[in-house]
Design a binder for this molecule. Sequence first.
Ligand code: ATP
Ligand code: MG
Ligand code: MG
Length: 143
Amino acid sequence: MYNKILVAYDGSEHSQRATDAAISLCRGRESICQITLLHVNPLVHYWGGDLIAIDINIEEKINEESMKLLKPAAEKVLHAGIPCNSVIVSGDPALEIYDKAKAEQYDLIVMGSRGLGAFSELVLGSVSHKVAQHAVCPVLIVK
Ligand code: ATP
Ligand code: MG
Ligand code: MG
């Protein structure tokens, strides 16, 4: 069964529905399930070395924003009686998602079919496409 679940969360409506789907998969099994909410901040490239002091503040700001973004989703999971942790990392979103799932042996990745990207005519966003391609565990893509 899918007990250890990784939800990829970018704050989009799709990722909110992915969280709801993960919660409903745990219904009746709250005590043996756990949900991790993962938000990946894409790496930002800066122009020059002069801005290092400012860069540190930017990192802090980004982490603060990420925590704000994850908070309502985490509260929803906890409210459903399911153990939940929130993780924020930097890197390539797809790679961080499927690497974490593999390294920590998650049973399932749950994510949205689309995210915050602008090209809504596409069926799948690039992150969900890449995760579905490379993940070693099942992936539930929520429309
Ligand atoms: P694209 O990013 O390719 O322009 P998109 O934003 O519409 O398109 P994706 O980014 O693939 O689509 O989003 C699909 C799902 O992937 C989201 O619903 C979310 O579950 C997950 N996801 C996307 N970006 C991130 C991220 N930075 N951190 C965590 N999960 C993410
Ligand atoms: Mg996206
Ligand atoms: Mg994108």
